[in-house]
Design a protein around this ligand. Structure first.
Ligand SMILES: *Cc1c(COP(=O)(O)O)cnc(C)c1O
Length: 307
């Protein structure tokens, strides 16, 4: 990046060839199946805007990633929110039942943000089998690197059998959120459509270089992720001992379901301690797994607020 910074008078490689080749090699797909964008949110906006006309419907679980309803409404389409099941996961039967003639896209988030619950491979496959072929299923795996092996779907294996889209990002485990680079793995026709309709030069040269370098530093990423996983397990065990009833999370965060009273109480306590958490009105609080000293502060605070 430091080298590339001296050449900022130049446009970036519009086709992001180096980066697409590295991603393709990393995931054993072809470069024709890779489309990059300014964050996976950028790619997702392209997908939704490209496929939806006014009044079309996009089905997704709720609560899930806050960007989904915004992107859908920006495209003039209608968000269809399907409540999570009692175990904080996607209710795929209810999502299938929410499909109408107007449904164009279904968004699946695994592990789900903010609850951390993955979709099982078996259930995802049955769902993909049942979905009408003119509906595009997008599998958003922003946190997949944090998931324990086998906890969620092998989405790329499923992609080879069903023409769904896998969305991935360099923003989370790779630590490049500020650079804005994410990508889709999609059939060559869909990926080409995404490349043709992309805002030109949306992924900067610095972002392309950094993403390639981060793929070259896979071992360092794996070590960081392993540390987060270890802390996640330690926190989950400690919180269970404190009496909190949490679903196991496969993300780099923990999810506390909370009614309004509890949510307000926790937000006040975290605020007073100078700890930033993500609170969702009526739903709960998401706490990022950080370094062990910070996590210990969180654990002490939650011990003092246990039900
Ligand atoms: C963070 C996140 C993204 C991606 O963000 P980008 O920075 O745009 O790549 C996508 N989906 C979910 C569920 C996320 O939490």
């Amino acid at each position: 990046m430091a080298d590339a910074a001296g050449r900022m008078n130049r446009y970036p490689d519009m086709a992001a060839v180096d980066l697409r080749e590295r991603i393709a090699a990393h995931l054993a797909v072809t470069t024709e199946e890779v489309a990059v964008g300014p964050g996976s949110v950028g790619v997702l906006q392209q997908i939704i805007t490209g496929l939806c006309d006014a009044g079309d419907e996009v089905v997704f679980a709720w609560r899930s990633f806050e960007a989904y309803p915004i992107l859908v409404e920006l495209a003039g389409a209608r968000p269809v929110r399907v409540p999570l099941d009692a175990a904080e996961g996607h209710d795929l039967d209810a999502m299938a039942a929410a499909v109408t003639e107007r449904t164009r896209v279904i968004l699946l988030c695994t592990p789900n943000n903010p609850t951390g619950v993955p979709i099982s491979h078996r259930r995802l496959e049955a769902f993909l089998q049942s979905v009408r072929s003119d509906i595009l299923v997008v599998i958003d795996e922003a946190y997949v690197e944090y998931a324990d092996a086998g906890s969620g779907p092998d989405s790329l294996a499923l992609y080879r059998r069903y023409p769904n889209v896998c969305l991935r990002t360099f923003s989370k485990a790779y630590g490049l959120a500020g650079l804005r680079v994410g990508y889709a793995i999609a059939t060559p026709a869909i990926a080409e459509g995404l490349r043709r309709t992309a805002l030109p030069f949306a992924v900067s040269a610095l972002a392309q270089k950094a993403a390639v370098a981060s793929l070259d530093a896979e071992e360092e990423m794996a070590a960081r992720v392993a540390a987060v996983r270890q802390e996640r397990a330690r926190m989950a065990a400690e919180l269970a001992a404190q009496g909190w009833k949490l679903q196991p999370s496969q993300g780099n965060f923990l999810w506390i379901r909370a009614d309004e009273d509890l949510r307000a109480r926790l937000v006040d306590a975290f605020d007073a301690a100078g700890i930033l958490v993500r609170a969702y009105q009526g739903d709960g609080v998401r706490i990022t797994v950080a370094d062990s000293a910070s996590n210990n502060r969180v654990l002490r605070l939650l011990a003092a607020n246990a039900a």
